[in-house]
Ligand binder design. Structure first.
Ligand SMILES: N[C@@H](CCC(=O)N[C@@H](CS)C(=O)NCC(=O)O)C(=O)O
Length: 213
């Protein structure tokens, strides 16, 4: 199995963490988001990362990759009980959409990546608008969390999908204040302390250092 992408992407991290959690061996290959390399485009028609191959099977969406791995290896991180399954997939999607839009597109990318990529100053007023939206995400999650995991008292794709974007947010210097969002702060710290997340973050350290200049 080959995971293709760049280490700081929350979507690449989602897949990497899943593979670690299930002890599935894989190789990792570098590709930048939006790459026009024809070989990469064959695997990822939209040019997005991650792309993923398993023999002849090529997949280019993190949620589809996790669904494939659940089907191939036996369900482990997606609950079977319908209401729990829906809740787990909802939170995975919430991480991929609402959190991605504010944490990564709104803060991490313009603050950390764009200045390095384009040699320009960060657009502080646009970033501040996204920072001002953090409480709406934090309030929502605080109301949904009751303990160590979001669903079924065990790790699911919900936790991987929700916490992965918090890693980028932390790289950009933001995290939920434990005085205001105690359940969320403790939940995020607990999931991020898992060996799977620690391994991903340790692999990313060099890329993050380069990004920070
Ligand atoms: N739905 C996709 C989203 C992947 C995605 O948007 N990746 C970003 C990088 S974090 C990307 O490749 N962007 C390049 C582009 O949109 O051209 C997934 O879950 O894998």
């Amino acid at each position: 199995m080959n995971l293709i992408g760049a280490p700081l992407s929350p979507f690449v991290r989602k897949v990497r963490v899943y593979l670690e959690e299930r002890n599935i061996p894989f190789t990792a290959e570098m590709a930048l988001p939006g790459s026009n390399d024809p070989e990469f485009r064959k695997l990822s028609p939209l040019g997005k990362i991650p792309a993923f191959t398993d023999g002849d099977v090529a997949i280019s969406d993190s949620s589809v990759i996790l669904a494939y791995l659940e089907a191939k290896n036996g369900a482990a991180l997606v609950p079977e009980q319908p209401a729990q399954l829906a809740r787990a997939l909802w939170f995975e999607e919430y991480g991929d959409s609402a959190e991605f839009d504010i944490f990564i597109a709104g803060i991490f990318f313009p603050q950390v990546v764009a200045p390095r990529l384009h040699g320009t100053e960060p657009d502080s007023s646009a970033i501040e608008k996204s920072v001002a939206r953090l409480p709406e995400v934090f309030d929502y999650l605080e109301g949904e969390i009751n303990g160590e995991f979001l669903v079924a008292d065990r790790l699911t794709v919900a936790d991987i999908g929700v916490v992965s974007p918090f890693v980028n947010l932390q790289y950009a210097g933001h995290q939920p204040d434990s005085a205001k969002w105690p359940k969320l702060a403790s939940y995020v710290a607990g999931i991020m302390a898992r060996p799977s997340f620690r391994a991903a973050m340790s692999d990313e350290a060099e890329a993050m250092q380069k990004m920070a200049g």
